[in-house]
Each structure stands twice: as C-alpha cells, then as structure tokens.
Design a protein. Structure first.
Length: 158
C-alpha cells in the first residue's frame, strides 16, 4: 500500500521494485555502480580526455569516472581518433608496468624469506627469460621422436 498524499510505501507494507537501466537524460544520469551523477550533456575536450586517461593509467573506465562521463561514450570518442588517444593509453599502461616492477623489486627486499623467494622466481621467469630463466618448452614428434615438418605448396582456390 502507498500513502496517496506522498506516493511513498507505508511502513510495514511490501513493495516489489524491479531494477531498470537508468536512461541517459539531458541533465545526466546516475551511475548504477557509483551512485554519482554522470555528465552526458557537457562537452569534454580532447585535452581533458588525455589528462584523465593519463591519470587513470590508460584505463578508459577510470578516465570516464574522473570525467564523470559514461565509459561507453568515452570509448566511442577514443575509437574515432585513435592517433590522438592511443599513445596516451600506452603511456598510462607503461606507468602501471613501472609501478609493478618497483613493487616486485621491493618485494625481493622483504624480510619474509618466502616472499623474497617467490618474488625472485617471478622476476626470473618473466624479466629474466631472455637470459635463459623461466620455463622451457621442448617440442618433439610422436612418442618423443623427431619432429617432422612437411611443407606443401599453396593450393589455388577457384
């Protein structure tokens, strides 16, 4: 039951609420994830997008939150001008890799021996791979025999 004067449910009554997607309006929409109002009618400049992408470490969804815009619309905008935005995205992701490497190095200096060993194993298996560390894969033929490679000329399709 609802109170006719305020159109609100009465205390103790049961109401069924079906979730709906919030439509985009001229005033903006409220994000279902964050509860914050997003800008849909305000134009965002390319410089603002570049800055948000860099601050968001190249992650479009993070940049969209910083700009208070819908991430799908931001993706469409980025896809329209990839020459402008892709270098910024790549630079942001490089920041993430740099941070991960610094974290890995600090973990190798940890007091806990288990953490140090696991960090060192990971570093050698990934960064040290070109020096011969890491898992090796041997390819052999059937039952460990020689691998036979047969090259055939390409066939014409008519």
């Amino acid at each position: 039951m609802t109170d006719d004067r305020t159109n609100t449910p009465e205390i103790g009554s049961t109401a069924i609420v079906k979730p709906t997607k919030t439509p985009m309006t001229r005033e903006g929409k409220v994000s279902l994830a964050t509860g914050r109002k997003q800008r849909s009618d305000i134009k965002v400049t390319d410089e603002e997008i570049c800055s948000a992408l860099f601050q968001g470490h190249g992650l479009v969804s993070t940049a969209a939150k910083l700009l208070s815009v819908d991430h799908r619309g931001l993706r469409v905008r980025i896809e329209k001008d990839p020459e402008r935005f892709e270098p910024i995205i790549k630079a942001g992701r490089e920041k993430v890799v740099d941070l991960a490497e610094r974290t890995l190095v600090s973990m190798m200096s940890c007091r806990d021996a288990k953490v140090r060993v696991e960090a060192a194993k990971f570093a050698l298996a990934t960064i040290g791979r070109r020096r011969g560390y890491g898992p090796k894969t041997e390819v052999t033929g059937a039952d460990g025999g020689d691998l036979v490679i047969v090259l055939r000329p390409p066939t014409r399709v008519e």
